[in-house]
Design a protein. Structure first.
Length: 180
């Protein structure tokens, strides 16, 4: 259990805190870290769903599984409860954009919003993967051409070098010939 003064750092700098310390009560505060909690059923309110979502947020597979298994409870979150969930997940802007696209704020189906968020993430991942694959392919192709050019120059085959730079089919034949 922590006190408010300790959380505000008054213990670390007593001189600076002295003037304001007397005006702030030192309430005792219990900190909850959902990531380290095993049993969320100790919460009987919306905190059970909110803290469970926070707990599974770092593992998208577990998060999605939780959402599928708890659709009804998540779907009944109020606007304020949903706002708390969004803020704690760190996905507030993206989820709000999805919700605005559906024209709903209160009573938004959080499950559908998370499904769409996951789908957006998949699409983004696919695009990044495609771009990475294209870059790898381009680099591999450039390396093959570089090797071919060096081999042709080493053998003083300048006419073949010029022809290979203009003729794709001839270049492929040379790749096969040199095993590149």
């Amino acid at each position: 259990m922590y006190g408010l003064h300790q959380m505000l750092g008054f213990d670390n700098c007593p001189e600076e805190a002295g003037a304001i310390r007397d005006f702030i009560p030192n309430y005792k505060i219990n900190l909850v870290t959902p990531q380290s909690m095993e049993d969320m059923s100790v919460f009987r309110t919306c905190l059970q769903q909110i803290f469970s979502m926070v707990k599974y947020n770092s593992d998208k597979t577990l998060l999605y599984q939780y959402v599928k298994e708890n659709r009804e409870a998540l779907g009944s979150l109020t606007g304020n409860e949903l706002n708390a969930l969004l803020a704690l997940l760190g996905e507030q802007k993206r989820l709000e954009a999805i919700m605005k696209n559906h024209g709903e704020k209160e009573g938004m189906d959080v499950c559908r919003a998370i499904d769409e968020l996951i789908e957006d993430g998949k699409k983004e991942g696919e695009m990044k993967g495609q771009m990475k694959g294209q870059m790898k392919g381009q680099m591999k192709g450039e390396e093959r051409v570089r090797k071919l050019n060096l081999l042709l120059m080493a053998e003083k085959r300048y006419d073949d070098l010029e022809r290979a730079s203009k003729d794709k089919e001839y270049r492929r034949q040379l790749f096969d010939t040199f095993g590149i």
